[in-house]
Design a protein around this ligand. Structure first.
Ligand code: C2E
Ligand code: CA
Ligand code: CA
Ligand code: CA
Length: 277
């Protein structure tokens, strides 16, 4: 603590060290989170052009007994870096299957569920086989599941990815590209893959209302449609955003304006009584 320059430097490395310690703590706690039953799922509704609740997205939640809720924005990157994301992804798929089965047995079936699949998990050699075995064991049809992949999952061998996607489509799954526009893939590259939907990243939706923002959103929606892909707009927070997206004939809408992530029981209740919003 003798000279200011050194001090600034020490502070910086302390912050890095704190961050590293924090991540290590998260990683160690996350390692036991499944067996300690700290993870759960919530489901965010997705609506079509007519305002019907047609599907939902499963989102993972972590409730730590001492820390309380820890955001996916914090723990998913740690899970990715440590490889724990594969076990978590498998747990999410299992929990989605259990929920689909339980809700249909209660007579209140879920709409189709979109599941986030990390690149590391998707690139496991036995991903398709394990997924099919899981669904079979729970008597869940692939038509009830949509796989959301980020552009990051498309960075390795295109032939292998295309072949894997083809098998998934043939089995009856649909596939969406998540956070579209934030990664590296061009639309023409996506054309060679058997996709069903693009999810327009919330950052673009947030720029609607400015001239440049409107132009970008229009360009993406138009190009996606010309490639025969449906578009899901995420992060819809205002009536004005929804109105603009509707004018472009955007196909699906997701966001706090229409519904926050919620437990499965609430989602099916809302499906039965859509006026109870
Ligand atoms: P994502 O896949 O892009 O999911 C959408 C995120 O936007 C969710 O955050 C959702 O709660 C939030 N959101 C929805 N509508 C609005 C809105 O109108 N405004 C704003 N500001 N946010 C909105 P969440 O649940 O915190 O998840 C964050 C990210 O963590 C997800 O982004 C996804 O990348 C990852 N994630 C969450 N659950 C899972 C999972 O089960 N597996 C994997 N691999 N990743 C997951
Ligand atoms: Ca997603
Ligand atoms: Ca997304
Ligand atoms: Ca996003």
């Amino acid at each position: 603590a003798k000279d200011g320059g050194r001090n600034g430097c020490a502070l910086y490395s302390d912050e890095l060290e704190d961050k590293a310690t924090e991540n290590l703590w998260l990683q160690n706690e996350l390692r036991h989170a499944i067996e300690r039953e700290q993870l759960s799922l919530v489901f965010q509704p997705i609506f079509n052009h007519d305002g019907e609740l047609v599907c939902c997205e499963a989102l993972c939640r972590w409730h730590h007994p001492e820390r309380g809720p820890i955001s996916p924005a914090q723990f998913i990157p740690v899970a990715e870096d440590s490889g724990l994301i594969i076990g978590i992804g498998q747990w999410v798929l299992l929990e989605v299957c259990r929920t689909l089965k339980a809700m249909s047995e209660k007579g209140t079936p879920m709409p189709a569920v979109a599941v986030n699949i990390s690149a590391r998990h998707f690139n496991q050699i036995d991903f398709v086989e394990r997924l099919l075995a899981l669904l079979k064991a729970h008597q869940v049809s692939p038509a009830q599941i949509e796989l959301e992949l980020t552009e990051y999952a498309l960075l390795s061998n295109l032939n292998a990815i295309s072949e894997r996607m083809q098998r998934l489509r043939s089995a009856g799954f649909s596939i969406a590209i998540d956070d579209f526009g934030t990664g590296y893939s061009s639309l023409s590259y996506l054309q060679s893959l058997p996709l069903s939907r693009l999810k327009l990243d919330a950052a673009f939706v947030g720029r609607i209302g400015t001239e440049a923002g409107n132009a970008i959103v229009r360009a993406i929606v138009d190009m996606a449609h010309s490639l025969m892909l449906k578009v899901v707009a995420e992060g819809v927070e205002t009536e004005a955003q929804q109105a603009y997206l509707s004018s472009l004939e955007c196909d699906f809408f997701q966001g706090y304006l229409l519904g926050k992530p919620m437990p499965a029981s609430e989602l099916v209740a809302r499906r039965i009584a859509p006026s109870a919003q």
